[in-house]
Design a protein around this ligand. Structure first.
Ligand SMILES: C[S@@+](CC[C@H](N)C(=O)[O-])C[C@H]1O[C@@H](n2cnc3c(N)ncnc32)[C@H](O)[C@@H]1O
Length: 265
Protein backbone atom coordinates (compact mmCIF):
# COMPACT_ATOMS: atom_id res chain seq x y z
CA UNK A 1 0.00 0.00 0.00
CA UNK A 2 1.31 3.44 -0.91
CA UNK A 3 2.27 5.79 1.90
CA UNK A 4 -0.50 8.29 2.51
CA UNK A 5 1.49 11.44 2.12
CA UNK A 6 1.61 13.05 -1.29
CA UNK A 7 -0.67 10.37 -2.66
CA UNK A 8 -3.17 11.10 -5.40
CA UNK A 9 -3.44 14.87 -4.97
CA UNK A 10 -3.85 16.85 -8.19
CA UNK A 11 -1.51 19.86 -8.26
CA UNK A 12 -4.40 22.30 -8.86
CA UNK A 13 -6.05 21.10 -5.66
CA UNK A 14 -2.89 21.73 -3.69
CA UNK A 15 -2.71 25.27 -5.07
CA UNK A 16 -6.30 25.92 -3.97
CA UNK A 17 -5.64 24.66 -0.43
CA UNK A 18 -2.54 26.83 -0.30
CA UNK A 19 -4.50 29.87 -1.39
CA UNK A 20 -7.23 29.28 1.21
CA UNK A 21 -4.63 28.83 3.93
CA UNK A 22 -2.53 31.90 3.15
CA UNK A 23 -5.59 34.15 2.67
CA UNK A 24 -7.12 33.03 5.95
CA UNK A 25 -3.82 33.58 7.77
CA UNK A 26 -3.37 37.04 6.27
CA UNK A 27 -6.94 37.92 7.24
CA UNK A 28 -6.32 36.77 10.84
CA UNK A 29 -2.99 38.63 11.01
CA UNK A 30 -4.84 41.76 9.87
CA UNK A 31 -7.17 41.35 12.87
CA UNK A 32 -4.17 41.20 15.20
CA UNK A 33 -4.37 37.44 15.86
CA UNK A 34 -0.92 36.06 16.65
CA UNK A 35 -1.68 32.44 17.63
CA UNK A 36 -2.26 29.86 14.91
CA UNK A 37 -3.00 26.15 15.04
CA UNK A 38 -2.92 23.87 12.01
CA UNK A 39 -4.86 20.60 12.31
CA UNK A 40 -3.32 17.83 10.18
CA UNK A 41 -0.36 19.90 9.06
CA UNK A 42 1.64 17.38 7.08
CA UNK A 43 5.38 18.08 6.69
CA UNK A 44 6.40 21.58 7.81
CA UNK A 45 8.54 22.18 4.72
CA UNK A 46 5.47 21.89 2.49
CA UNK A 47 2.96 23.42 4.93
CA UNK A 48 1.43 26.60 3.51
CA UNK A 49 0.51 27.66 7.03
CA UNK A 50 4.06 27.26 8.30
CA UNK A 51 5.40 29.22 5.30
CA UNK A 52 2.89 32.05 5.75
CA UNK A 53 3.72 32.40 9.46
CA UNK A 54 7.49 32.29 8.81
CA UNK A 55 7.07 35.05 6.19
CA UNK A 56 4.75 37.27 8.27
CA UNK A 57 6.19 40.69 9.11
CA UNK A 58 3.51 41.75 11.62
CA UNK A 59 4.50 42.50 15.22
CA UNK A 60 4.37 40.83 17.62
CA UNK A 61 5.59 37.92 15.52
CA UNK A 62 2.92 35.22 15.12
CA UNK A 63 3.43 31.63 16.24
CA UNK A 64 1.92 28.42 14.95
CA UNK A 65 1.44 24.93 16.37
CA UNK A 66 1.42 22.24 13.68
CA UNK A 67 -0.36 19.01 14.69
CA UNK A 68 -0.29 15.72 12.84
CA UNK A 69 -0.76 12.15 14.01
CA UNK A 70 1.63 10.59 11.50
CA UNK A 71 4.90 9.40 13.03
CA UNK A 72 6.67 9.79 9.68
CA UNK A 73 5.49 13.39 9.50
CA UNK A 74 6.83 13.88 13.02
CA UNK A 75 10.23 12.46 12.07
CA UNK A 76 10.40 14.74 9.03
CA UNK A 77 9.27 17.70 11.13
CA UNK A 78 12.12 17.11 13.58
CA UNK A 79 14.58 17.06 10.67
CA UNK A 80 12.93 20.12 9.09
CA UNK A 81 13.21 22.14 12.29
CA UNK A 82 16.94 21.49 12.74
CA UNK A 83 19.36 24.21 11.64
CA UNK A 84 16.69 26.43 10.15
CA UNK A 85 16.57 30.25 10.05
CA UNK A 86 15.09 32.01 13.12
CA UNK A 87 11.67 32.58 11.52
CA UNK A 88 11.18 28.81 11.42
CA UNK A 89 11.21 28.79 15.20
CA UNK A 90 7.76 30.37 15.18
CA UNK A 91 6.50 26.86 14.41
CA UNK A 92 6.18 24.04 16.92
CA UNK A 93 5.30 20.54 15.76
CA UNK A 94 3.17 18.33 18.02
CA UNK A 95 2.23 14.73 17.28
CA UNK A 96 -1.41 14.10 18.16
CA UNK A 97 -4.91 13.18 17.08
CA UNK A 98 -6.79 16.34 16.14
CA UNK A 99 -10.17 14.61 16.49
CA UNK A 100 -9.51 14.33 20.25
CA UNK A 101 -10.12 18.06 20.30
CA UNK A 102 -10.71 18.58 24.01
CA UNK A 103 -7.55 16.72 24.96
CA UNK A 104 -5.58 18.49 22.25
CA UNK A 105 -6.52 21.99 23.41
CA UNK A 106 -6.02 21.20 27.09
CA UNK A 107 -2.65 19.63 26.40
CA UNK A 108 -1.45 22.56 24.27
CA UNK A 109 -2.61 25.02 26.92
CA UNK A 110 -0.88 23.05 29.68
CA UNK A 111 2.38 23.04 27.72
CA UNK A 112 2.14 26.80 27.19
CA UNK A 113 1.81 26.40 23.42
CA UNK A 114 -1.64 28.03 23.26
CA UNK A 115 -3.16 30.75 25.42
CA UNK A 116 -6.84 29.90 25.34
CA UNK A 117 -7.76 33.33 26.72
CA UNK A 118 -6.39 34.96 23.57
CA UNK A 119 -7.82 34.58 20.09
CA UNK A 120 -6.52 31.73 17.92
CA UNK A 121 -6.84 31.12 14.19
CA UNK A 122 -7.32 27.39 13.53
CA UNK A 123 -6.56 26.00 10.08
CA UNK A 124 -8.68 22.91 9.45
CA UNK A 125 -7.70 22.66 5.80
CA UNK A 126 -8.25 19.23 4.23
CA UNK A 127 -8.61 17.43 7.56
CA UNK A 128 -12.29 17.20 8.62
CA UNK A 129 -13.11 14.79 5.78
CA UNK A 130 -10.67 12.31 7.38
CA UNK A 131 -13.01 11.79 10.34
CA UNK A 132 -13.71 8.04 10.37
CA UNK A 133 -17.41 7.04 10.55
CA UNK A 134 -17.17 6.41 14.31
CA UNK A 135 -15.94 9.95 14.92
CA UNK A 136 -18.34 12.80 15.59
CA UNK A 137 -16.62 15.30 13.30
CA UNK A 138 -19.01 18.06 14.27
CA UNK A 139 -17.58 17.90 17.77
CA UNK A 140 -14.31 19.36 16.44
CA UNK A 141 -15.62 22.83 15.48
CA UNK A 142 -18.09 22.68 18.37
CA UNK A 143 -15.39 22.07 20.98
CA UNK A 144 -13.18 24.68 19.36
CA UNK A 145 -16.09 27.14 19.57
CA UNK A 146 -16.60 26.34 23.26
CA UNK A 147 -12.96 26.47 24.34
CA UNK A 148 -11.43 29.20 22.19
CA UNK A 149 -11.69 32.89 23.00
CA UNK A 150 -14.53 34.73 21.22
CA UNK A 151 -13.30 36.28 17.99
CA UNK A 152 -11.10 33.25 17.26
CA UNK A 153 -11.31 32.02 13.66
CA UNK A 154 -11.64 28.54 12.18
CA UNK A 155 -10.84 28.12 8.49
CA UNK A 156 -12.17 24.80 7.21
CA UNK A 157 -12.29 22.97 3.91
CA UNK A 158 -14.05 19.70 3.05
CA UNK A 159 -14.35 17.43 0.04
CA UNK A 160 -17.88 17.42 -1.38
CA UNK A 161 -19.95 15.14 -3.55
CA UNK A 162 -21.99 17.98 -5.02
CA UNK A 163 -21.19 21.56 -6.05
CA UNK A 164 -22.62 24.65 -4.41
CA UNK A 165 -24.56 25.61 -7.54
CA UNK A 166 -26.03 22.95 -9.78
CA UNK A 167 -24.33 23.30 -13.19
CA UNK A 168 -26.64 24.27 -16.08
CA UNK A 169 -25.35 21.29 -18.05
CA UNK A 170 -26.28 18.00 -16.34
CA UNK A 171 -23.33 16.36 -18.13
CA UNK A 172 -20.99 18.50 -16.03
CA UNK A 173 -22.53 17.13 -12.84
CA UNK A 174 -22.29 13.55 -14.10
CA UNK A 175 -18.63 14.08 -15.03
CA UNK A 176 -17.94 15.61 -11.62
CA UNK A 177 -19.47 12.61 -9.84
CA UNK A 178 -17.71 10.06 -12.06
CA UNK A 179 -14.34 11.84 -11.63
CA UNK A 180 -14.90 12.08 -7.86
CA UNK A 181 -15.64 8.34 -7.67
CA UNK A 182 -12.53 7.53 -9.75
CA UNK A 183 -10.38 9.84 -7.69
CA UNK A 184 -11.63 8.30 -4.42
CA UNK A 185 -10.97 4.76 -5.68
CA UNK A 186 -7.41 5.82 -6.49
CA UNK A 187 -7.02 7.41 -3.08
CA UNK A 188 -8.32 4.33 -1.32
CA UNK A 189 -5.29 2.45 -2.63
CA UNK A 190 -3.24 4.68 -0.31
CA UNK A 191 -2.89 4.12 3.41
CA UNK A 192 -5.89 5.24 5.53
CA UNK A 193 -7.47 7.49 6.72
CA UNK A 194 -9.72 7.88 3.71
CA UNK A 195 -11.99 10.74 2.77
CA UNK A 196 -15.68 10.95 3.54
CA UNK A 197 -17.59 13.30 1.25
CA UNK A 198 -20.18 15.79 2.49
CA UNK A 199 -22.79 17.92 0.78
CA UNK A 200 -22.68 21.73 1.16
CA UNK A 201 -25.60 21.46 3.64
CA UNK A 202 -23.75 18.86 5.73
CA UNK A 203 -20.59 20.98 5.70
CA UNK A 204 -22.63 23.98 6.86
CA UNK A 205 -24.07 21.92 9.72
CA UNK A 206 -20.53 20.96 10.84
CA UNK A 207 -19.86 24.67 11.32
CA UNK A 208 -23.20 25.54 12.91
CA UNK A 209 -21.60 26.76 16.17
CA UNK A 210 -19.63 29.47 14.36
CA UNK A 211 -20.58 32.77 12.76
CA UNK A 212 -19.50 32.28 9.15
CA UNK A 213 -17.70 35.22 7.57
CA UNK A 214 -18.85 36.53 4.20
CA UNK A 215 -19.52 34.86 1.78
CA UNK A 216 -20.42 31.81 3.91
CA UNK A 217 -19.68 28.50 2.18
CA UNK A 218 -17.57 28.89 -0.94
CA UNK A 219 -14.55 27.04 -2.40
CA UNK A 220 -10.86 27.30 -1.41
CA UNK A 221 -9.81 28.98 -4.64
CA UNK A 222 -12.54 31.64 -4.29
CA UNK A 223 -12.58 32.54 -0.57
CA UNK A 224 -13.41 35.32 0.43
CA UNK A 225 -15.50 35.60 -2.74
CA UNK A 226 -18.52 33.44 -3.61
CA UNK A 227 -17.98 30.53 -5.98
CA UNK A 228 -19.71 31.21 -9.30
CA UNK A 229 -17.87 28.49 -11.21
CA UNK A 230 -20.02 27.23 -14.05
CA UNK A 231 -18.06 24.02 -14.60
CA UNK A 232 -17.06 22.58 -11.21
CA UNK A 233 -14.46 19.84 -11.35
CA UNK A 234 -13.43 16.98 -9.08
CA UNK A 235 -12.14 16.78 -6.45
CA UNK A 236 -14.66 19.46 -5.50
CA UNK A 237 -13.88 21.14 -2.19
CA UNK A 238 -15.88 23.50 0.02
CA UNK A 239 -14.36 26.23 2.18
CA UNK A 240 -15.54 28.60 4.90
CA UNK A 241 -14.10 30.71 7.69
CA UNK A 242 -16.10 30.95 10.92
CA UNK A 243 -15.72 33.21 13.92
CA UNK A 244 -16.19 31.98 17.50
CA UNK A 245 -19.17 33.96 18.79
CA UNK A 246 -19.38 35.79 22.12
CA UNK A 247 -21.93 33.34 23.50
CA UNK A 248 -19.92 30.22 22.72
CA UNK A 249 -19.53 29.16 26.36
CA UNK A 250 -15.83 30.03 26.56
CA UNK A 251 -14.76 29.89 30.22
CA UNK A 252 -11.34 30.22 31.78
CA UNK A 253 -12.10 27.63 34.47
CA UNK A 254 -13.24 25.18 31.83
CA UNK A 255 -9.95 25.50 30.01
CA UNK A 256 -7.99 24.56 33.13
CA UNK A 257 -9.14 20.94 33.54
CA UNK A 258 -7.17 18.80 31.08
CA UNK A 259 -7.79 15.49 32.88
CA UNK A 260 -11.56 15.85 32.81
CA UNK A 261 -11.61 16.42 29.07
CA UNK A 262 -9.18 13.68 28.08
CA UNK A 263 -12.01 11.19 28.42
CA UNK A 264 -14.13 12.83 25.78
CA UNK A 265 -13.53 13.47 22.09
C1 LIG B 1 -4.17 16.48 3.11
S1 LIG B 1 -2.98 16.61 4.40
C2 LIG B 1 -3.32 18.28 4.77
C3 LIG B 1 -2.07 19.03 4.94
C4 LIG B 1 -2.26 20.51 5.24
N1 LIG B 1 -3.33 20.77 6.22
C5 LIG B 1 -2.50 21.31 3.98
O1 LIG B 1 -3.44 22.07 3.94
O2 LIG B 1 -1.74 21.19 3.04
C6 LIG B 1 -3.76 15.80 5.76
C7 LIG B 1 -2.86 15.55 6.95
O3 LIG B 1 -3.71 15.25 8.04
C8 LIG B 1 -3.08 14.25 8.82
N2 LIG B 1 -4.12 13.61 9.61
C9 LIG B 1 -5.14 12.81 9.18
N3 LIG B 1 -5.90 12.42 10.22
C10 LIG B 1 -5.37 13.00 11.34
C11 LIG B 1 -5.71 12.98 12.72
N4 LIG B 1 -6.75 12.28 13.17
N5 LIG B 1 -4.95 13.70 13.58
C12 LIG B 1 -3.89 14.40 13.15
N6 LIG B 1 -3.51 14.45 11.85
C13 LIG B 1 -4.24 13.77 10.95
C14 LIG B 1 -2.39 13.35 7.83
O4 LIG B 1 -1.32 12.65 8.45
C15 LIG B 1 -1.90 14.38 6.80
O5 LIG B 1 -0.58 14.80 7.08
Amino acid sequence: MTSWFGCCWPASRGRQALRATSRSINYALGLGITQFLELGSGDPHISAAHAAIAAARTQPAPRIVLIDHDVIVRARAELDMENQPPDWHRSTFVEGNVFATGWMLASLAKRGLLDLDQRVCVLAVDILHFGEPDINVRSVPRRLARRLAPGSLIAATHLADQPLRPPADTGVLEDLRADTARWRRAHHRCAPPHHLLRSPADFASLLADLDLLHPGITTPGCWPEPDNTANPRAPYTLAAVGRVPEHSGHAKAHNARPQARQRTR
